[in-house]
Ligand binder design. Structure first.
Ligand code: ZN
Length: 282
């Protein structure tokens, strides 16, 4: 008898739960993604610069630098901060490469009516100077970056003084820092996720942005240009070859499983995968 009553009570509770009005889920935040111009490069000896297996011919190659603005609801995040804006109007050349920057990030944000103080978050894929250059204009922002890369920049002899200077505000305790050791879901709803992809540097991350129109994967420097996806090209200026190959494998599997639009940040041909600035993908 008791058993039957418990059974009946359980059945009633299940029925009641099914009929109870469900709490209304908060409407999903609208997410927008802009590509911002963060530089142009001519690499003079493409083969030697980009391959540790003599994969590519000698001669020059053009690549670009890309940063991205993400709006999640009414919150703003930058992904990478490009070459230093000291290059605007001057440029730089040495035996290896020529660097150019047409417009600063602050200037491009102004065109979108966004003030630098409105940037709440900065995610940086890795410590190289072409990804950190303009962070200093957003000191109020919380910096999200791989712990291994932060550790290198904080060491007494950082591998790149320009990057250490560009991020000095955060490295020395002036700004909020999230030192990441794993994937990081930025807004807690899975829409914008830093994906741990070590190899190019110890703390390297890529970025997943889930737009209403479909997921987008931004490579950081897991890849520098399209050919590398097929030929698993690893540049000599790389922290750990095995980690790089494992990260390429993970990146490709995520792209395949989600059916994501892959954007190689340095690849000129991939600029057209997002609407032209000042338009955004949604
Ligand atoms: Zn780069």
């Amino acid at each position: 008898m008791l058993k039957r009553m418990i059974g009946a009570a359980a059945a009633w509770m299940m029925l009641a739960a099914a009929q109870a009005p469900q709490p209304t889920a908060a409407p999903a935040a609208e997410v927008s993604l802009w590509r911002l111009d963060c530089g142009e490069f001519v690499i003079n000896q493409y083969g030697a610069f980009f391959s540790d297996t003599y994969q590519y011919p000698s001669g020059p190659k053009d690549v670009v630098g890309s940063c991205y603005l993400i709006r999640h609801g009414d919150r703003y995040m930058l992904w990478d901060t490009g070459l230093t804006d000291a290059l605007v109007g001057s440029g730089f050349s040495n035996a290896q490469q020529t660097l150019r920057l047409r417009r600063s990030l602050v200037d491009q944000l102004r065109e979108l009516d966004i003030r630098p103080e409105q940037i709440e978050l900065i995610g940086i894929s890795h410590w190289h100077f072409d990804h950190t250059g303009q962070a200093r204009h957003f000191p109020q922002a919380r910096l999200m970056m791989g712990a291994g890369d932060l550790e290198l920049l904080r060491s007494p002899n950082p591998p790149d003084r320009d990057s250490a200077e560009a991020l000095a505000h955060w490295l020395t305790g002036g700004g909020q820092v999230e030192a990441l050791t794993r994937d990081h879901d930025v807004f807690g709803d899975g829409r914008v996720v830093l994906l741990r992809m070590p190899g190019h540097t110890p703390g390297h991350h890529a970025l997943l942005v889930r737009l209403a129109s479909g997921p987008v994967l931004l490579t950081g420097d897991v890849y520098h240009f399209t050919e590398q996806v097929e030929n698993r090209g690893v540049p000599p200026f790389n922290h750990d070859r095995a980690d790089s190959l494992a990260s390429m494998d993970r990146f490709d599997r995520i792209a395949r499983n989600l059916g994501a639009r892959v954007i190689i940040q340095h690849e000129p041909a991939d600029i057209g995968k997002l609407p032209p600035f000042p338009e955004a993908a949604r």
